[in-house]
Ligand binder design. Structure first.
Ligand code: BG6
Length: 247
Protein backbone atom coordinates (compact mmCIF):
# COMPACT_ATOMS: atom_id res chain seq x y z
CA UNK A 1 0.00 0.00 0.00
CA UNK A 2 1.16 3.51 -0.73
CA UNK A 3 -0.43 5.74 1.85
CA UNK A 4 -0.30 9.50 2.22
CA UNK A 5 -1.05 10.94 5.63
CA UNK A 6 -2.66 14.38 5.55
CA UNK A 7 -2.13 15.40 9.12
CA UNK A 8 -3.28 18.59 10.83
CA UNK A 9 -2.32 17.30 14.23
CA UNK A 10 -2.17 13.93 15.96
CA UNK A 11 -5.94 14.01 16.63
CA UNK A 12 -7.07 15.37 13.27
CA UNK A 13 -5.81 13.69 10.12
CA UNK A 14 -6.67 11.69 7.03
CA UNK A 15 -4.99 8.86 5.17
CA UNK A 16 -5.26 8.53 1.40
CA UNK A 17 -4.32 5.33 -0.40
CA UNK A 18 -2.85 6.04 -3.83
CA UNK A 19 -4.84 3.05 -5.07
CA UNK A 20 -7.90 4.93 -6.28
CA UNK A 21 -6.94 7.99 -4.20
CA UNK A 22 -9.20 6.30 -1.69
CA UNK A 23 -9.37 8.23 1.55
CA UNK A 24 -9.38 5.33 3.98
CA UNK A 25 -9.32 7.17 7.28
CA UNK A 26 -10.46 10.52 8.58
CA UNK A 27 -9.83 11.04 12.24
CA UNK A 28 -11.51 14.13 13.61
CA UNK A 29 -10.71 15.12 17.18
CA UNK A 30 -9.48 11.61 17.87
CA UNK A 31 -12.56 9.88 16.42
CA UNK A 32 -12.48 7.75 13.25
CA UNK A 33 -15.37 8.93 11.06
CA UNK A 34 -14.96 6.64 8.05
CA UNK A 35 -15.97 3.01 7.61
CA UNK A 36 -13.61 0.48 6.07
CA UNK A 37 -14.78 -3.11 5.93
CA UNK A 38 -12.82 -5.55 8.08
CA UNK A 39 -12.66 -7.75 4.97
CA UNK A 40 -11.54 -5.02 2.58
CA UNK A 41 -8.89 -6.19 0.14
CA UNK A 42 -5.76 -4.08 -0.24
CA UNK A 43 -4.12 -5.64 -3.26
CA UNK A 44 -3.90 -2.55 -5.49
CA UNK A 45 -6.26 -4.25 -7.93
CA UNK A 46 -9.67 -4.44 -6.31
CA UNK A 47 -11.57 -1.32 -5.23
CA UNK A 48 -11.24 -0.74 -1.49
CA UNK A 49 -14.45 -1.62 0.33
CA UNK A 50 -14.85 1.51 2.38
CA UNK A 51 -13.34 4.93 2.77
CA UNK A 52 -14.14 7.38 -0.02
CA UNK A 53 -13.68 5.58 -3.32
CA UNK A 54 -13.57 8.07 -6.20
CA UNK A 55 -16.12 7.11 -8.82
CA UNK A 56 -15.20 8.41 -12.32
CA UNK A 57 -15.95 8.59 -15.25
CA UNK A 58 -19.15 6.63 -14.71
CA UNK A 59 -21.39 6.08 -11.72
CA UNK A 60 -22.91 2.58 -11.62
CA UNK A 61 -22.84 -0.07 -14.33
CA UNK A 62 -20.78 1.07 -17.32
CA UNK A 63 -20.83 -0.51 -20.76
CA UNK A 64 -17.25 0.61 -21.54
CA UNK A 65 -15.52 -0.65 -18.41
CA UNK A 66 -15.91 -1.65 -14.77
CA UNK A 67 -18.80 -0.59 -12.54
CA UNK A 68 -18.16 2.92 -11.12
CA UNK A 69 -15.38 3.55 -13.68
CA UNK A 70 -11.65 3.12 -13.49
CA UNK A 71 -10.59 5.90 -11.11
CA UNK A 72 -11.12 3.89 -7.92
CA UNK A 73 -8.86 1.10 -9.17
CA UNK A 74 -6.20 3.26 -10.81
CA UNK A 75 -2.90 4.25 -9.32
CA UNK A 76 -2.97 7.99 -8.62
CA UNK A 77 -0.04 10.28 -7.93
CA UNK A 78 0.26 12.68 -5.04
CA UNK A 79 0.85 15.79 -7.13
CA UNK A 80 0.93 18.20 -4.16
CA UNK A 81 2.28 16.40 -1.10
CA UNK A 82 0.76 17.37 2.25
CA UNK A 83 1.43 20.91 3.42
CA UNK A 84 -0.07 23.34 5.93
CA UNK A 85 -2.03 26.21 4.41
CA UNK A 86 -2.08 29.70 5.96
CA UNK A 87 -4.89 28.65 8.32
CA UNK A 88 -2.99 25.63 9.60
CA UNK A 89 -5.11 23.13 7.67
CA UNK A 90 -3.44 20.10 6.14
CA UNK A 91 -3.83 19.94 2.35
CA UNK A 92 -2.80 17.44 -0.33
CA UNK A 93 -3.73 16.97 -3.98
CA UNK A 94 -3.93 13.73 -5.93
CA UNK A 95 -3.96 13.47 -9.72
CA UNK A 96 -5.05 10.95 -12.29
CA UNK A 97 -4.34 11.33 -16.01
CA UNK A 98 -5.30 9.14 -18.94
CA UNK A 99 -3.19 6.12 -19.79
CA UNK A 100 -3.16 3.75 -22.74
CA UNK A 101 -5.59 1.52 -20.83
CA UNK A 102 -8.06 4.30 -20.00
CA UNK A 103 -7.92 5.65 -23.56
CA UNK A 104 -8.70 2.18 -24.91
CA UNK A 105 -11.62 1.87 -22.55
CA UNK A 106 -13.05 5.35 -22.86
CA UNK A 107 -13.11 6.65 -26.45
CA UNK A 108 -9.47 7.73 -26.46
CA UNK A 109 -10.29 10.57 -24.06
CA UNK A 110 -7.47 12.57 -22.53
CA UNK A 111 -8.09 14.07 -19.13
CA UNK A 112 -6.60 15.27 -15.91
CA UNK A 113 -8.51 14.78 -12.68
CA UNK A 114 -7.41 16.50 -9.50
CA UNK A 115 -8.66 15.58 -6.07
CA UNK A 116 -7.76 17.79 -3.13
CA UNK A 117 -8.24 16.82 0.48
CA UNK A 118 -8.24 19.50 3.17
CA UNK A 119 -8.24 18.44 6.82
CA UNK A 120 -9.60 21.21 9.05
CA UNK A 121 -10.24 21.15 12.78
CA UNK A 122 -13.95 20.56 12.37
CA UNK A 123 -14.37 19.28 8.84
CA UNK A 124 -13.00 17.43 5.88
CA UNK A 125 -13.13 19.23 2.53
CA UNK A 126 -12.87 17.25 -0.72
CA UNK A 127 -12.56 19.04 -4.07
CA UNK A 128 -12.81 17.23 -7.36
CA UNK A 129 -12.02 18.81 -10.73
CA UNK A 130 -12.04 17.26 -14.17
CA UNK A 131 -10.11 18.82 -17.04
CA UNK A 132 -10.72 17.70 -20.61
CA UNK A 133 -7.35 17.45 -22.36
CA UNK A 134 -8.71 16.40 -25.76
CA UNK A 135 -7.77 18.78 -28.53
CA UNK A 136 -11.35 19.12 -29.81
CA UNK A 137 -13.87 16.59 -28.53
CA UNK A 138 -15.98 17.11 -25.47
CA UNK A 139 -16.80 14.19 -23.18
CA UNK A 140 -19.57 13.32 -20.77
CA UNK A 141 -18.87 11.84 -17.38
CA UNK A 142 -20.43 11.24 -14.00
CA UNK A 143 -18.55 11.23 -10.74
CA UNK A 144 -19.28 10.44 -7.13
CA UNK A 145 -17.36 10.57 -3.90
CA UNK A 146 -18.62 7.26 -2.56
CA UNK A 147 -18.27 8.10 1.13
CA UNK A 148 -18.74 5.26 3.60
CA UNK A 149 -19.70 6.96 6.86
CA UNK A 150 -18.95 4.99 10.02
CA UNK A 151 -21.98 4.50 12.27
CA UNK A 152 -22.31 2.83 15.68
CA UNK A 153 -25.80 1.61 14.72
CA UNK A 154 -27.47 2.36 11.38
CA UNK A 155 -30.95 2.05 12.92
CA UNK A 156 -30.28 5.20 14.96
CA UNK A 157 -29.05 7.34 12.06
CA UNK A 158 -31.27 9.81 10.23
CA UNK A 159 -30.59 11.68 6.99
CA UNK A 160 -32.20 15.04 6.33
CA UNK A 161 -32.77 16.87 3.06
CA UNK A 162 -34.33 14.04 1.05
CA UNK A 163 -38.07 14.33 1.83
CA UNK A 164 -40.25 15.05 -1.24
CA UNK A 165 -37.45 14.35 -3.74
CA UNK A 166 -37.70 12.08 -6.76
CA UNK A 167 -35.33 9.13 -6.58
CA UNK A 168 -34.41 6.10 -8.61
CA UNK A 169 -34.92 3.01 -6.48
CA UNK A 170 -32.22 0.61 -7.64
CA UNK A 171 -33.58 -2.05 -5.25
CA UNK A 172 -36.84 -2.03 -7.21
CA UNK A 173 -35.81 -2.25 -10.86
CA UNK A 174 -34.88 1.42 -11.09
CA UNK A 175 -38.44 2.68 -10.53
CA UNK A 176 -38.76 6.40 -9.97
CA UNK A 177 -40.40 7.21 -6.65
CA UNK A 178 -40.95 10.15 -4.33
CA UNK A 179 -39.26 10.08 -0.94
CA UNK A 180 -41.85 10.24 1.78
CA UNK A 181 -39.64 10.10 4.85
CA UNK A 182 -38.12 13.22 6.26
CA UNK A 183 -35.68 12.66 7.82
CA UNK A 184 -34.90 9.31 6.27
CA UNK A 185 -34.03 6.24 8.32
CA UNK A 186 -32.59 2.98 7.00
CA UNK A 187 -34.03 -0.39 7.98
CA UNK A 188 -33.57 -2.48 4.83
CA UNK A 189 -31.55 -2.84 1.63
CA UNK A 190 -31.36 0.70 0.29
CA UNK A 191 -29.93 1.90 -3.01
CA UNK A 192 -31.48 5.22 -3.91
CA UNK A 193 -30.28 7.93 -6.27
CA UNK A 194 -31.95 11.23 -5.41
CA UNK A 195 -32.17 13.74 -8.21
CA UNK A 196 -31.24 17.35 -7.54
CA UNK A 197 -30.99 16.79 -3.83
CA UNK A 198 -30.47 19.45 -1.25
CA UNK A 199 -26.98 20.92 -0.95
CA UNK A 200 -27.02 20.07 2.74
CA UNK A 201 -27.72 16.86 4.57
CA UNK A 202 -27.56 16.22 8.28
CA UNK A 203 -26.46 12.72 9.15
CA UNK A 204 -27.14 11.97 12.80
CA UNK A 205 -25.62 9.42 15.17
CA UNK A 206 -22.45 8.84 13.22
CA UNK A 207 -19.24 7.75 14.94
CA UNK A 208 -18.90 9.21 18.42
CA UNK A 209 -22.64 9.98 18.43
CA UNK A 210 -21.94 13.05 16.34
CA UNK A 211 -23.99 14.74 13.65
CA UNK A 212 -22.27 15.40 10.33
CA UNK A 213 -23.35 18.25 8.13
CA UNK A 214 -22.66 17.24 4.53
CA UNK A 215 -22.37 20.27 2.26
CA UNK A 216 -22.15 19.73 -1.49
CA UNK A 217 -21.35 22.01 -4.40
CA UNK A 218 -21.80 20.96 -8.04
CA UNK A 219 -22.76 17.45 -7.05
CA UNK A 220 -26.50 17.71 -7.71
CA UNK A 221 -27.50 14.15 -6.83
CA UNK A 222 -27.21 12.23 -3.58
CA UNK A 223 -26.90 8.45 -3.31
CA UNK A 224 -27.94 6.54 -0.21
CA UNK A 225 -26.77 2.94 -0.10
CA UNK A 226 -26.76 0.23 2.50
CA UNK A 227 -26.54 -3.41 1.34
CA UNK A 228 -28.29 -4.78 4.46
CA UNK A 229 -27.81 -8.35 5.67
CA UNK A 230 -28.29 -10.56 2.63
CA UNK A 231 -26.25 -8.45 0.19
CA UNK A 232 -23.55 -7.88 2.80
CA UNK A 233 -23.15 -11.66 3.13
CA UNK A 234 -22.89 -12.00 -0.62
CA UNK A 235 -19.95 -9.58 -0.79
CA UNK A 236 -16.67 -11.32 0.01
CA UNK A 237 -15.04 -8.07 1.10
CA UNK A 238 -17.83 -6.92 3.44
CA UNK A 239 -18.25 -8.28 6.99
CA UNK A 240 -21.58 -10.08 7.37
CA UNK A 241 -22.84 -7.80 10.15
CA UNK A 242 -21.06 -4.65 9.14
CA UNK A 243 -24.02 -3.24 7.24
CA UNK A 244 -25.07 -2.02 10.70
CA UNK A 245 -22.05 0.25 10.81
CA UNK A 246 -22.16 2.22 7.59
CA UNK A 247 -24.15 4.26 5.15
C1 BG6 B 1 -23.63 2.36 -4.80
C2 BG6 B 1 -24.54 1.93 -5.90
O1 BG6 B 1 -23.23 3.67 -4.99
O2 BG6 B 1 -22.48 1.51 -4.79
C3 BG6 B 1 -24.92 0.48 -5.69
O3 BG6 B 1 -25.69 2.74 -5.96
C4 BG6 B 1 -23.69 -0.37 -5.56
O4 BG6 B 1 -25.73 0.05 -6.74
C5 BG6 B 1 -22.79 0.19 -4.48
O5 BG6 B 1 -24.07 -1.70 -5.23
C6 BG6 B 1 -21.49 -0.59 -4.30
O6 BG6 B 1 -20.87 -0.75 -5.53
P1 BG6 B 1 -19.56 -1.63 -5.65
O7 BG6 B 1 -19.25 -1.68 -7.12
O8 BG6 B 1 -18.52 -0.93 -4.83
O9 BG6 B 1 -19.89 -2.98 -5.08
Amino acid sequence: MELVEVCRDSQTKAVVNLHGATLQSWINNGEEMIFVSKDAVFNNVKAIRGGIPVVFPCFGAWDMGPQHGFARTSKWTCSKPPFMDESGNAVATFTLVDTEDTRKMWNGNKFEVNYTVVVKTDCLVTKFTVCNQNSMESFDFTCLLHTYFLLPDVSKTTISGLGGLLYVDKTDGGKEKTEESDPKTISQFTDSVYKNASKDHLLTNVAGGRTINIKKMNFPDTVVWNPWAEKAKAMADFGDDQYRNMV
